[in-house]
Design a protein around this ligand. Structure first.
Ligand SMILES: Nc1nc2c(ncn2[C@@H]2O[C@H](COP(=O)(O)OP(=O)(O)OP(=O)(O)O)[C@@H](O)[C@H]2O)c(=O)[nH]1
Ligand SMILES: [Mg+2]
Length: 341
């Protein structure tokens, strides 16, 4: 019997095309990774099932690329820094993938242009692939999407994947779980350092960058941060957090930043805690997958049936506890029956 038309073309899988450096395939895989983990494609339609099958081979395996999370307050210069860092990495022959998690953008399409411009990326360099991820209105699935998109970029052969995220809120902490190395970007003169210390967010940074070194106040901020970090003598064998002074607009300090990142990567590979770290990242990914599954299999069906709104109202009126409501939702989802009272 003759093969149905189109079957031959489909024998080259999406994963193979991504591996071979096909940028169209990479763009499609990233879209699938972004969408399939949310409501849309995760449905039961045949098209959705095929999309998930296509994506599946891209979602397992050990990530080989160095995943660098870049975080910091709004306007600290993260996008500008990432653009310049990407160009510096390109000069050193590395292939770079960029994911910009934009908390405000309602449309991925809109954000792409804005971020591309802010990052001053060349349009014709096959060694750079940049993608915006709109996060507004997404719950649970965002971190999982980012993990999946990182895996896709890794499959495409990127040596480094840079992930930009605004350093506030649960979403970002979840997203940062994907990173091997977290860069915290400070905006000098904004009191960022003090705030970050108070909020304890310095604890998430592996490398500190004081950006806008060309502006007044940068050197003071640098000294303040370095002073605080290096107050106590380091544990032997522990990572010594470097503080790097950078001017993204003048392209100064980028070489030192690349060296700090590579040095952290080497530390991770050699430290006795390397395996533990890998397991921690796996736990983040698992949590992200679980959060997305709860959203999809518990929250979404309950919303559809009006149960969600009903429980929220009863909770607000003091008729039941959140714990009881959650228990009820879970039991219902697991039994597949309508157990609502
Ligand atoms: N003087 C100076 N300005 C900079 C530098 N880096 C970034 N900027 C400026 O700072 C502003 C914010 O830069 P972005 O790169 O958009 O900052 P961001 O942290 O990505 O901002 P959000 O994504 O909106 O949180 C822009 O006007 C940049 O031109 C720098 O090194 N020196
Ligand atoms: Mg930005």
């Amino acid at each position: 019997m003759r093969e149905p038309r189109g079957a031959a073309a489909r024998t080259v899988s999406l994963a193979d095309r991504v591996r071979a450096g096909d940028r169209g395939a990479l763009a499609r895989a990233l879209s699938l990774a972004e969408a399939s983990l949310h409501d849309g494609v995760a449905g039961t339609s045949r098209e959705a099932a095929r999309a998930c099958d296509e994506l599946a081979p891209l979602l397992t395996g050990v990530v080989r690329a160095h995943v660098v999370g870049v975080t910091g307050s709004p306007g600290a210069g993260k996008s500008t820094l990432i653009g310049q860092l990407a160009l510096e990495l390109r000069r050193r022959g590395r292939k770079v993938g960029i994911l910009a998690v934009d908390p405000t953008s309602p449309f991925t399409g809109g954000a792409v242009l804005g971020d591309r411009l802010r990052m001053s990326l060349p349009v014709d360099d096959p060694g750079i692939f940049m993608r915006s991820v709109a996060s507004r209105g997404q719950q649970g699935g965002l971190a999982l999407s980012v993990f999946a998109m990182v895996r896709v970029l890794d499959t495409a052969g990127m040596d480094v994947v840079l992930v930009e995220t605004v350093g506030a809120g649960q979403n970002d902490v979840g997203v940062l779980g994907v990173a091997h190395t977290v860069v915290l970007v400070f905006n000098p003169g904004s009191g960022d350092e003090v705030q970050a210390l108070k909020a304890g967010i310095v604890e998430i940074g592996d490398v500190m960058v004081v950006n806008k070194a060309d502006l007044p106040g940068a050197h003071e901020a640098y000294r303040a941060i370095a002073g605080i970090l290096h107050l106590s003598p380091p544990d032997t064998g522990a990572w010594q957090i470097p503080v790097v002074l950078v001017s993204s607009t003048r392209r100064e300090g980028l070489g030192q930043l690349v060296e700090a990142l590579e040095s952290h990567r080497r530390y991770l590979e050699s430290a006795p805690s390397a395996q533990q770290r890998r397991r921690l990242r796996a736990e983040w990914e698992l949590r992200a997958a679980l959060a997305a599954a709860v959203e999809r299999h518990v929250v979404a069906p309950a919303r559809q049936r009006g149960l969600w709104a009903d429980l929220a109202r009863r909770l607000a009126d003091g008729e039941l506890s959140a714990r009881d409501a959650a228990g009820l939702l879970l039991r219902q989802a697991l039994s597949g029956q309508d157990l609502s009272p």
